[in-house]
Design a protein. Structure first.
Length: 214
């Protein structure tokens, strides 16, 4: 089983909880019979999605020379699609920043959110999910509390990721670990984080167990 781990936080683990979740998850996989590929959205060359991409498509179709930016953009999009295609399980480690996901992670999604690749439409206009053979795991950290009925709709990170990767792409979300409230409740922060990291370890162990059954 091929496992793609997408890291979407460039803060050090001592400061960024989702970075610590990422490191904890990977440490739990060390020495296990798991084929892991790392994709760090802050380390990859990922130009932002915009008109330049559509210009590049047009130039390719008409055999015109691409600018350096257009070439980088097409290469980045292809790489994102390739790593996602090769994965059986995709693990996302990401924070809630300003009620949403980091822009770099959104750029990755922009690259792969493609008709004919992640989904398609039939003759009647119905959407068909094309990634129902893949599984996803979410490792998310948010300093506030967004799991109450009053605040749940404010979270545009996990909700957005669910809508994209399950609702549109059709992936089976097999696990989620969400650490929240450590900034809102500083007196309980160490306990919240420690408990969350144990859940991350358990999540990794469940994934190893899943790969052993395949």
């Amino acid at each position: 089983m091929n496992v793609l781990v997408i890291k979407a936080n460039n803060r050090p683990a001592s400061q960024g909880i989702s970075s610590k979740m990422y490191e904890t998850f990977l440490a739990e996989l060390e020495g296990k019979d798991v084929n892991v590929t790392i994709y760090d959205v802050f380390e990859e060359d990922m130009p932002y999605f915009g008109q330049e991409l559509f210009d590049a498509f047009g130039k390719v179709q008409n055999n015109k020379e691409l600018t350096d930016y257009e070439s980088r953009l097409l290469a980045a999009k292809q790489k994102a699609m390739d790593v996602l295609s090769a994965a059986d399980v995709v693990v996302f480690a990401f924070p809630l920043w300003n009620l949403t996901i980091p822009a770099k992670l959104h750029t990755f999604i922009d690259y792969v959110y493609t008709s004919g690749f992640a989904f398609k439409y039939d003759a009647e206009g119905n959407m068909i999910q094309l990634m129902t053979d893949k599984k996803a795991i979410f490792l998310n950290a948010r300093g506030g509390v967004y799991s109450t009925p009053e605040t749940a709709t404010m979270d545009m990170s996990v909700n957005y990721m669910r809508n994209v990767f399950s609702g549109i792409f059709g992936m089976d979300i097999i696990d989620e670990v969400i650490i929240e409230g450590h900034n809102a409740m500083p007196d309980k922060a160490q306990e919240i984080i420690a408990t969350g990291m144990e859940e991350v370890k358990a999540c990794a162990q469940r994934l190893v167990g899943l790969t052993q059954k395949v």
